[in-house]
Ligand binder design. Structure first.
Ligand code: SF4
Length: 176
């Protein structure tokens, strides 16, 4: 995938743009996913990595199973209430900036498991940036979710994570 240069001014021998645009572009094409896969949606995520869908095109082929070396948490599958604290710990161990995708109905809302033991959406315990619908979503839908995160990265101010609104959001989840 060819990257479009950020908006700026160019002339013979020079190109000028905003620092935040360059950082946004770098983040957009170097997302490192952490697949938190617990059930069937995880299989769909695996399909995204195969040669047919080729996640490498998005600069995201390097999966991380360490939260400290990942910036895109992909929650694929049913999350029980017992597992909730583990997911939250993984999220808090990821360095800023970080983004979260709820992949599929279970991660987004509990899906068909409207029962006492299942978390009715991971946004009950951590902030979510993108929700991918479906049970399961097709790989194309997961890729669309990744592209939505890319759009967020590209357009995000480098100051956003220091802003009171963002800190308030984390505090509302008991994260600081
Ligand atoms: S959304 Fe459907 S496919 Fe995905 S984990 Fe839940 S039951 Fe399985």
């Amino acid at each position: 995938m060819d990257a479009e240069p950020p908006e700026g001014f160019e002339g013979e021998g020079f190109f000028a743009t905003k620092l935040s645009s360059v950082i946004g572009m770098a983040r957009k094409f170097s997302l490192w996913p952490l697949p938190f896969a617990t059930s069937c949606c995880g299989i769909e995520f695996m399909a995204v990595l195969n040669p047919t869908y080729d996640a490498s095109r998005f600069g995201m082929e390097r999966n991380s199973f360490s939260p400290r070396q990942a910036d895109m948490l992909m929650v694929c599958g049913t999350i029980s209430k017992k597992l909730g604290p583990v997911l939250k710990q993984v999220y808090t161990q990821m360095a800023e900036p970080k983004w979260v995708i709820a992949v599929g109905a279970c991660a987004s809302s509990g899906g068909i498991f409207d029962t006492y033991s299942v978390l009715q959406g991971i946004d009950k315990i951590i902030p979510v940036d993108v929700y991918v619908p479906g049970c399961p979503p097709r790989p194309e839908q997961i890729i669309e979710g990744v592209m939505q995160v890319q759009a967020l990265c590209e357009g995000e101010s480098i100051r956003r994570r220091d802003m009171p609104e963002y800190k308030n959001l984390l505090e509302s989840y008991g994260i600081n």
